[in-house]
Structures are given as C-alpha cells and as structure tokens.
Design a protein around this ligand. Structure first.
Ligand SMILES: CC(C)(COP(=O)(O)OP(=O)(O)OC[C@H]1O[C@@H](n2cnc3c(N)ncnc32)[C@H](O)[C@@H]1OP(=O)(O)O)[C@@H](O)C(=O)NCCC(=O)NCCS
Length: 149
C-alpha cells in the first residue's frame, strides 16, 4: 500500500539512505537539511508503512521547482515514481502552483521519459553542468507551463 505525507526535517534519518542509494551524486546531509522551511513543499511516500521515496520542491509566486525526487532502487520500475510525481503536481497545484520547473541529467532517460509523460518539455540545456573533469554532462531544463488536468 502506498501513502503520502508531508516530509519533515525530522524524517531526515529515514530518507537519507534513499538519497544515497538512488542518486549518482547524492546531496550532502547539510544540503538536504537546508531544504526545509516556509518556501519548500516536500513530500514522503510510504510503501507498506516504510519510506520508499520523497520529493523536495520550492514554491515561489506560483512557480514550483522540483529539486529532488527519488525512489528506493529496489522499488523502482513499479510505478511508484509516477505516483510520487503525480502527488507532487497535485499538492503543489493545491498550494497555488501554476508552472512547474525541473532539471535533469541528459543521460537520465528514465526520468526524462517520466517527466515527458507528465507533460514536461525541455526549454533549455546547460552544457557540461553536471560532473567534473572529462566526465561532464549537460543539464536539461524542463517546464510544464500549463495545468493539464
Ligand atoms: C526517476 C525515478 C524517480 C522514477 O521512479 P520509478 O519508480 O522507477 O518510476 P516508475 O516505475 O513510476 O516509472 C517508470 C515507468 O513507468 C511509467 N508509468 C508508471 N506508471 C504510469 C502511469 N500510471 N501512467 C503513465 N506512465 C506510467 C513511467 O512513465 C515510466 O515508463 P518507462 O519505464 O516505460 O519509461 C527513479 O528512477 C529514481 O529514483 N531515480 C534515481 C534518482 C533520479 O534520477 N531522480 C530524478 C532526478 S532529476
């Protein structure tokens, strides 16, 4: 069973293992903990009562930026990421979001497909934004400027 609830700073210990397992370059604890406060809208997904994924977003003057979304690797590919993204879109809309923005690694085809299916489209690329040295890759900036529902 999947449930959603607001993600609080006090959930940090429960979600940081997901951050570390899911991402190529996980955020530091300090970076993640800096994303709590009035302008942030963060959500936690529970699968059979256990943390399975989360998102971090900020919401300023109707613009919502999805800064982080991830699902525990063992539970990926089962529709949970889609459910989490839909929950983020619905909850931010209920909090008066009118436009949605995110950025993603150019090689992250799974996430890009997921975002495109949810109505996001590329509007800009940042060359060599991610990585270091020769192992650099572009960031793709995507937006969803209209409500599709
Ligand atoms: C990106 C991520 C959150 C996706 O989560 P997931 O649980 O694996 O994704 P899902 O299983 O929900 O979606 C995968 C597929 O199902 C599709 N899907 C699932 N349910 C769907 C539905 N009800 N309607 C339409 N499409 C659906 C998705 O579009 C996608 O299709 P594809 O695999 O054929 O391309 C997850 O892979 C992850 O945590 N990755 C590491 C962190 C990361 O890269 N985050 C994004 C950074 S920008």
């Amino acid at each position: 069973m999947i449930e959603f609830c607001p993600l609080l700073a006090t959930d940090f210990e429960r979600i940081y293992p997901i951050e570390q397992a899911a991402h190529l370059e996980p955020w530091s604890p300090a970076n993640l903990l800096s994303c709590f406060g009035p302008r942030y809208l963060n959500g936690l997904m529970l699968h059979d009562g256990q943390p399975a994924g989360f998102y971090i977003s900020d919401l300023v003057a109707g613009d919502s930026s999805l800064m982080n979304i991830c699902v525990l690797p063992a539970l990926q590919g089962k529709g949970l990421g889609w459910a989490l993204l839909q929950e983020y879109l619905a909850r931010s809309k209920a909090n008066r979001a009118e436009a949605w923005f995110l950025e993603v690694r150019a090689s992250n085809h799974k996430a890009i497909r997921l975002y495109e299916r949810a109505g996001f489209a590329e509007y800009c690329r940042r060359d060599g934004y991610y990585g270091t040295g020769n192992a650099r890759e572009d960031a793709i900036l995507m937006s969803r400027l209209f409500d599709l529902d």
